[in-house]
Design a protein around this ligand. Sequence first.
Ligand code: BEZ
Length: 274
Amino acid sequence: MLRKPTATDIAKQSFWDVIMSTETSNAWDAKLYDDKHSFVWKFGADLIELLSPKSGERILDIGCGTGHLTKQIVDCGATVIGIDRSADMIAKAKAEFPKIEFEISDATDFHFDQPFDAAFSNAALHWVKPPERAVACISRALVPGGKFVAEFGGKGNVAQIEQAMAAASRDLGEPLAPSPWYFPSIPEYSTLMEQHRMEVTFATLFERPTPLEGPDGIQQWVRMFGQTFLAAMPQAKQEEFLERVAVHAKPALFQDGKWIADYRRLRIVARKRA
Ligand code: BEZ
């Protein structure tokens, strides 16, 4: 009989078992996200336990992607609105979960007339800049006492990969594109929260070493998530860039015949001051 995978089952699964088993692509689209990146929302399942949604609560899911975690929150009895800036993601979420409300909306620029009891975000806020605008929107969207629960890349996330990309770009004599990522420390993000009437009640920064499948796992990761850096290289140098990234990353990230990405996660819970 099939059983629902537990958080431990999911954590034991190789990242690339889930996302990269048969094909590779550098396209960011909703189908790819669901077919090959489902680990993103599967890792977020136990974050919902921190949110502990109650029946009748009104909850905002920020950066909801294709809506799988939104659906899990709805299943707890809450009324949830999912927002994402990707039209593709929202179209897929609406198609899959037609009874749930989803909206295309930017995390740095959203407004709802009716406030929320809680705001939730999994694996999205590291793509959101400027972060202070997102925090201002989140705080404004909550009722006094409203809860915020989020997980995203924290300080030092993929630092070895970033260093390898910087070294590879130097080898090729090309500049490295500015990073699209935001990986704050606990004090940095807590300060931002406090500046916007949010009291941080729990914060943790933890390692999540993430296995990458196959001998070219690191190159595939850069194709998928480091597109900003790869696309900024002249076309003729892109393959060499990937090869040089692997050479530089290998001493730190290739262990016992496997690539392991150096993920670090920031988990944060806060309450809006009355
Ligand atoms: C992350 O989930 O930590 C991540 C995703 C994409 C790029 C960098 C980091």
